[in-house]
Ligand binder design. Sequence first.
Ligand SMILES: [Zn+2]
Length: 707
Amino acid sequence: MNKHPNTPPVKQYLMLLGVFLAIVALSAASAAAELSAAHNLRIELVPAEKKLIGYDDITIQTAASKILAFRVSQNLTQVEVVVGNDQRDFELMNGRLQLNLEPHEQTAQLRIGIRYSGIFDDPVPARPLNTDNPGYGVTGTISSKGTFLLAGAGWYPELIDSRATYRVTVEAPAGLIAVTAGRSRGHITENEKTVSIWEVDYPVQGLALSAARYVVEEKSVGPVTAATYLLPQNQHLAGAYLGATAGYIALYSDLFGAYPFQKFAVVENFFPTGFGFPSYTLMGGTVLRLPFIVHTSLGHEIAHCWWGNGVYVDYATGNWSEGLTSYVADYLFKEMKSEKAARDARRQWLRNYATLVRPDEDFALARFQSRNNPVTQTIGYDKSAMVFHMIRQLVGEESFWGGLRDLYRARLYRPTSWTDLQRTFENRGQRPLQNFFDQWVYRKGAPRFSLDAVSAEHTGQGWRITGKITQDRPGYDLPLTLALETGQQTISQKISVSGRETFFELNSAAAPLRLTADPADDIFRRLAPSEIPPAVNALKSSSSVVTVLADQLDPALEKAARTLALSLGLKHNKFIAENELNRQLLVDSDILIIGRPRQADVLKNAPAAVDIRSESFTLDNSVYNQPSDAFFGVFTHPYAKNRVAALFMPLSPQYADIVAAKITHYGKYSYLAFQNGNNQAKGFWPVAASPLIYEWDRKTEDEKVRR
Ligand SMILES: [Zn+2]
């Protein structure tokens, strides 16, 4: 199937006499039917002028449209439009190029030529601090360092409401290689120009383009080409990325069905981004050099080739693709590592939800579009992944993975909704899921439940344990596992929870020691405050922090204190000296102490696992006593409920500033230890109590036996 016309570009162009009709927002009432367009796009990059010159020769099946509307950059100049062989008037405003069609053109195959040039000069951040937006707000820039053009930059005329295919020819100064979606038709350098040709023969939702002085390496994975486009200084990373890419393509082809594209490329950007596009990922060099990326983000971006960039998202009904991709990539890798790693990941989702999503900021998963802050990230990625986990528990392994294969086969390149996912799992699992989707996808919130009225009774044969699960309104229907530990074994029983109270009964031969509801964290819920160990995030989301400089603090550490406050984004933060700290200030705020305080009571809730001395600290039995060592810990507040007291204690100013800038990246952790500026230990304080755990006092039970 070749959708690309091989005929040469239209030969003649008449100069258009500058007709820019500024007609008030005449929206393109384009036909409901989908248009199809085959673009033969030629781009010349002029980095010295931050400019591109484009000519797009488009063959369009018009499907009864009176108007054709194209999305383009607002900065285009020298625009000319030719229909057939004739120049045509058009309107160009607010990033839209429109032309009216003659009656005989309205149901025809039309050949349209659009010539244009444009300057793309978004400022590029050198060292961005905020990571919520993967492109840092940049949509298009052409420079001597590199070219970065997102579909939204309007660097080519994108026919609105169309299914489009492309042949893209990019001409650039010698050595500048261009990359986009689709299949590479090679890169040729001649006459001081490098020409890169790409073909995209599946319908994409917008094309992005990158160009730089890349070194290209390729590796075959069956019919697919794995490729790296790296700058020379990072060329040594190519082998690791090609090997890992091949592994992920094989893994997911087995799980979901054949990889949908001809290539997957790891492309280096000249500023730090993390983008996933159909058939390639675009990451900054500093990101690519991080040793964990091949094991985490790379797999995530490749999984998106099936989910999001292969099976498209019907955004009007919510974005399911981030949750599914997180589940079949980030989470699945944990599961492949160990049962414990998987459980820890689920627990972390619950902690994120409890600490980052306040009930008044919560929203239904079906309303998630994309992440732009911790709340949207937690709902759209973490809660969503947990919903897929619960579907898998409900329908079983066979139906879950089989359902995803069905979905991929049926919906490739088609906008797909939560309803399509629901139908797929209903068909495979042979059970209705309307109630499940209503409560988890279309309703906001999460259940809060607890284990109540638990009692054990010695019977003739053994023990009868009774109790109930109590939940707040609105009640959820959910399958819940109860695990009863005795001295000899663990007895598991599944119950169906619904409504305000659900009663249960278990039987055991031996005396019960401990009863746990949902022991593996298989259910999405809002954790109780007692289940959330204090963490760095508590400071980041605090409404008021007092930063206390300990008495006799090395003045050189004050700079590190300011770096720390800045990188944590502390709000209403106030710096004071330890001798200014009074009881009122202490009670009204979260506290961040820099250096070992003289007043020991502010740290009185530090757990037994940590011991703070003046020239050393001990953490989980490891002693840190080198000047380059640093401790950071968050404890429950000594005097105020729901507040925290944190301690930042570098043993010397050496590396203190570097460590101070890193702490914000460990938001979920309770404690951190650094050596020579590198993280050495991190973890959570043990959970104090849980409403889902009931423990018997051994003695009482023995007494009961005697009675
Ligand atoms: Zn993603």
